[in-house]
Design a binder for this molecule. Structure first.
Ligand code: HEC
Length: 219
């Protein structure tokens, strides 16, 4: 018994240590409050992503026609909205930047963003996009990723749009990137409820069966 207790406390201790180690950035992240079921937001996010991010970033594990199907566009619409007619709907979503240019201009390569929302979480992306600020000399920095080589691409919006609009744009882009990170997430959630409902029904049936079996037996 003592041994068992020791083993359990050892595992509990190592779990809490690893949870601590995976603690992430020191600053507090804002809640993105995005909604994967909001197709208007996903469509706006896709357009914003195309206008503001695809100059440097790809989401190369996605194809345009899959995006169209999932967020409520036809194949023609996705091509018109995201690539100005430049691509085929079966194409993967590549950056418009030529190979190597980013390295020369920015000093680093913009990462592919297909899995970024799964790696860092939607709240991180939302906060990161909104965390650019300018010091007295006019130099930009980002409180989430200090010294980042990514410029403040939403600067125009940050300056000129109403705070709500700016927040909504960042939320829409985040929503789109969370969707891209796991296109079948909603199917998974919906299937999950069905499985649980099925298991509850099965529980009821097995319970009734058990009562039936034991009905005439004294116990
Ligand atoms: C001018 C090129 C450029 C554009 C446009 C651009 N990015 Fe970036 N982005 C970069 C570079 C370069 C990095 C790598 C930054 C670093 O490691 O410091 C990066 C990194 C990132 C990261 C990862 C941050 C991290 O913690 O590692 C995210 C998320 C991101 N970009 C999102 C976006 C989104 C969303 C847009 C559009 C609104 C966008 N980027 C537009 C160049 C760009």
């Amino acid at each position: 018994m003592k041994k068992l207790f020791l083993v359990i406390s050892f595992f509990a201790a190592s779990l809490s240590v690893s949870a601590f180690a995976a603690g992430g950035p020191a600053i507090e992240l804002e809640k993105a409050q995005n909604n994967l079921r909001d197709q208007d937001s996903l469509q706006r996010g896709a357009v914003l992503f195309s206008n503001y991010c695809m100059a440097c970033h790809s989401v190369k594990y996605m194809r345009y026609n899959r995006i169209a199907r999932d967020i409520g566009w036809t194949d023609e619409e996705v091509i018109a909205q995201m690539t100005f007619g430049q691509n085929k709907s079966v194409d993967e979503v590549h950056t418009r930047m030529l190979d190597g240019v980013a390295m020369d201009v920015l000093g680093s390569s913009p990462p592919d963003l297909s899995l970024m929302a799964r790696l860092k979480g939607p709240d991180y992306i939302y906060t990161f996009l909104r965390a650019y600020h300018q010091d007295e000399q006019g130099n930009w920095d980002n409180t989430v990723l200090k010294g980042t080589s990514m410029p403040n691409v939403l600067e125009g919006m940050q300056r000129h749009a109403a705070p709500d609009e700016y927040a909504q744009a960042a939320r829409d882009i985040t929503n789109f990137l969370e969707y891209v990170g796991e296109p079948a997430k909603l199917e998974r959630y919906d299937l999950g409820w069905k499985v649980i409902a099925f298991l509850l029904l099965l529980l009821l049936l097995t319970y009734l069966l058990k009562r039936e079996y034991w009905r005439d037996i004294k116990h």
